[in-house]
Design a binder for this molecule. Structure first.
Ligand code: 2NE
Length: 275
């Protein structure tokens, strides 16, 4: 697999492969890949670039590591050292952490996002991993919430989607007790799809991606939208509806409507059966 680096980021790596796979990594290993506002802006930009690239079908989302002290992390959540009055402060001193926008982008991007978790996925980092379509954990992965301990919480997808993935009892345990869970515990509760040795994590992600990439892009895109539609209310239905409109535009029937407008004539749908 040949990777080509893209973007001019400080906190993030974006690599595009020649096989339809992108890799996005948080690059703050000395902070266990905790995100600050800049990190979120850059992640949003990287995911948006990938969204616009029709050659890419699968995104591997991970954290750079190990750090100089040998520690691994997918992401340790919000960077507590930049938390000020009203939230996480950006370089202008404004609380501007658009991580909820990023969560929605990961959910709505019409490609498969696979989290590759080595080390810690804690707090907002655990939520980001949760919102990926699939999650592969290295043997050293550790998951958990700390919000009630550090004065924070995610009452959005971080609760509702977690409860859908692991069940109400386990989700409440995770948030109320703030314990840590190892990779095998995470597998047992359905939080991850598979546990693999650390050295094999990226390879495994590439194997899963290659398998997905053999399948129909339209089917995968519509299925992802369908899974979201079931849980995301009107916004979820909107995504699925967008896929339906996209398919309709490709039909003779859809094209006739547009062509008739351009040619300033009445559309002729007489050949279209009322199935
Ligand atoms: C992640 C964890 C368990 C790792 O522990 P360990 O022992 O392996 O490493 P250590 O020494 O704690 O951390 C290494 C360096 O990373 C920094 C640490 O401060 C340390 O830096 P130095 O002291 O060496 O300079 N670091 C790690 N996590 C950080 C963070 N989140 N912010 C800033 N610096 C961080 C352990 O480090 C840990 O428990 N981290 C904190 C996890 C946490 O509480 N995250 C925030 C949850 S709230 C949240 O993410 C959130 C939300 O609830 C709602 C909306 C948005 C965000």
């Amino acid at each position: 697999l040949v990777w080509q680096s893209q973007g001019n980021y400080q906190d993030v790596w974006l690599d595009i492969s020649d096989e339809g796979i992108a890799r996005i990594a948080i690059n703050r290993p000395e902070k266990r890949n905790a995100f600050r506002p800049r990190t979120v802006v850059e992640l949003y930009d990287a995911f948006s670039r990938v969204r616009e690239n029709p050659a890419i079908g699968v995104v591997l989302f991970t954290g750079v590591g190990p750090a100089a002290d040998g520690g691994y992390a997918f992401c340790a959540g919000g960077d507590q050292s930049v938390r000020g009055d009203g939230g996480y402060l950006d370089e202008e001193g404004v609380p501007r952490l658009n991580v909820l926008d990023l969560q929605r982008l990961i959910r709505s991007i019409p490609k498969v996002v696979i989290a590759l978790v080595a080390g810690y996925a804690i707090g907002g980092g655990q939520v980001l991993h949760l919102l990926c379509d699939l999650s592969l954990a290295a043997e050293n992965a550790q998951f958990g919430q700390t919000g009630p301990r550090v004065g924070s919480f995610d009452a959005g997808f971080g609760c509702s989607h977690l409860a859908r993935v692991v069940g109400q009892r386990k989700a409440r345990e995770i948030w109320f007790l703030c314990r840590r869970y190892n990779a095998h515990q995470a597998l047992a509760m359905g939080l991850v799809n598979e546990v693999v040795p650390l050295f094999q994590l990226q390879n495994e992600g590439v194997l899963w991606a290659r398998e997905i990439l053999q399948h129909s892009p339209t089917a995968i895109r519509c299925l992802k939208a369908a899974f979201n539609a079931e849980t995301d209310g009107m916004a979820g239905l909107q995504e699925l509806a967008g896929q339906a409109t996209h398919l309709f535009y490709k039909t003779e029937e859809g094209k006739e409507g547009q062509q008739a407008f351009i040619e300033k004539r009445n559309p002729d749908f007489s050949q279209v059966p009322w199935l």
